[in-house]
Design a protein. Structure first.
Length: 184
């Protein structure tokens, strides 16, 4: 990027945030619920872990609902139900990129800061839950992971009873709230 020129996206300079929706209170999105509560509610609506976390923060960056959901969709189930990095952690990574990511491929310092921030977020999640890996968080055996295909599980009362995902989503969003929604 040329010196003195600032990149613009959605009519805003890089780093500028979209104003929060009408009715938003200090640190809260429109509607008055915390972003963590909102994320947990999205999960109960049927969105995957990554979508639930990312959608709860999308308004901060001027992202419309459909774009946010499409961007985060593939990371559900530990990335396409491969049970790798937890979708809630991937949702945190997407928010981290919007918060601290860089656009200049030569800016090693900005990359380092972003990677360090992501490590900090992941470590906070790991400290609370013992892992950032979906299959480990769900305590799935190797055989169970092999049997799973790409089709998502049906969301039933039994599903919600046995899966910790709603609380993992809430935790990921709480970590992001603590880290990025500090008063100016």
């Amino acid at each position: 990027m040329e010196e003195g020129r600032e990149e613009k996206k959605n009519g805003k300079k890089e780093g500028e945030r979209e104003e929060r929706g009408a009715g938003a209170e200090e640190g809260l999105p429109a509607g008055g619920k915390s972003r963590a509560e909102q994320a947990a509610d999205y999960f109960l609506e049927g969105y995957n872990c990554s979508q639930s976390v990312f959608l709860a923060f999308a308004d901060r960056y001027g992202l419309d609902r459909e774009t946010a959901l499409r961007l985060s969709c593939t990371f559900g189930g530990g990335m396409g139900r491969m049970r790798q990095v937890c979708g809630a952690v991937s949702g945190m990574a997407l928010v981290c990129g919007l918060e601290t990511g860089n656009t200049d491929p030569k800016d090693r310092q900005k990359k380092t800061e972003n990677y360090g921030q992501m490590r900090k977020l992941a470590e906070a999640f790991r400290e609370k839950h013992g892992s950032i890996v979906c299959g480990e968080l769900l305590a799935l055996s190797a055989r169970e992971k092999q049997r799973e295909g790409a089709a998502p599980s049906e969301r039933t009362a039994e599903y919600y009873k046995k899966r910790p995902c709603r609380e993992l989503v809430r935790c990921a969003a709480e970590i992001l709230e603590r880290e990025f929604e500090k008063p100016c």
